[in-house]
Design a protein around this ligand. Structure first.
Ligand code: ATP
Length: 201
């Protein structure tokens, strides 16, 4: 079984591409969504977050107080680093358990979707990485439409990520989501290549 990662900058179309892999019955681990879930459902992670950010880290209903955590993490890079040092290993362990379950269920390969695969070093635990790309202007327009952010806010987020060109250079597969190349064709071609790699083993 192969472990495949799928990444790309904000608004590149990672999730859209994953939906196509889902139609091929490929199991997908949405790492960013799972991280948010673990932050309110893993007692170990909750304790760590409470120690870092205090009682105000959670609302009285038990949900994460994003405004509180965000304001502290924004002004203190050290706290942000500590938060990442808590969350990333927790997601990694959770992802490993999920991976073992999929192995037992007989999936040919799994996909881990995450915005940060090269930045966190998680690519080292993956066999291949797919990078989804799209022209910056298109990404900005898509995120403005999807999230209601301003162009400046989207550009600011793009600036904080690893440049797309660097991801493309490191990638094993690149999917162009520029509105002209067929996503379905590109996904099917990678799917066939991955199945062929498994047969070679
Ligand atoms: P993020 O990292 O911000 O979560 P993402 O890389 O997962 O983003 P998506 O959520 O898949 O990106 O796509 C961003 C937006 O652009 C979504 O609203 C999606 O529906 C739209 N979109 C993506 N690809 C296309 C496409 N080929 N044609 C039209 N709309 C698209």
């Amino acid at each position: 079984m192969l472990r495949i990662g799928i990444t790309g900058g904000i608004g590149s179309g990672k999730t859209t591409v994953c939906k196509i892999f889902e139609t091929l019955q490929i199991p997908i681990y949405y790492a960013d969504d799972r991280a948010k879930w673990l932050m309110v459902n893993s007692p170990t992670l909750q304790n760590g977050i409470l120690q870092l950010f205090g009682e105000k880290a959670y609302t009285s209903e038990g949900s994460l107080n994003r405004a509180h955590i965000g304001s502290i993490a924004f002004s203190s890079p050290a706290k942000l680093q500590k938060l990442n040092a808590l969350v990333h290993p927790a997601v990694f362990v959770d992802g490993e358990n999920w991976q073992q379950e999929q192995l037992a269920l007989g999936a040919p390969y799994t996909l881990k979707e995450a915005a940060l695969i090269y930045e966190t070093g998680s690519y080292k635990t993956l066999d291949k990485v797919i990078v989804v790309t799209a022209p910056e202007g298109l990404r900005i327009d898509r995120v403005i439409k999807r999230d209601g952010l301003t162009a400046i806010e989207v550009k600011d987020r793009i600036a904080r990520q690893l440049p797309e060109a660097e991801k493309v250079e490191k990638a094993d597969f690149v999917i162009q989501n520029d509105g002209t190349h067929s996503l379905i064709k590109q996904v099917l071609s990678i799917h066939q290549e991955l199945l062929a790699l498994l047969e070679d083993d």
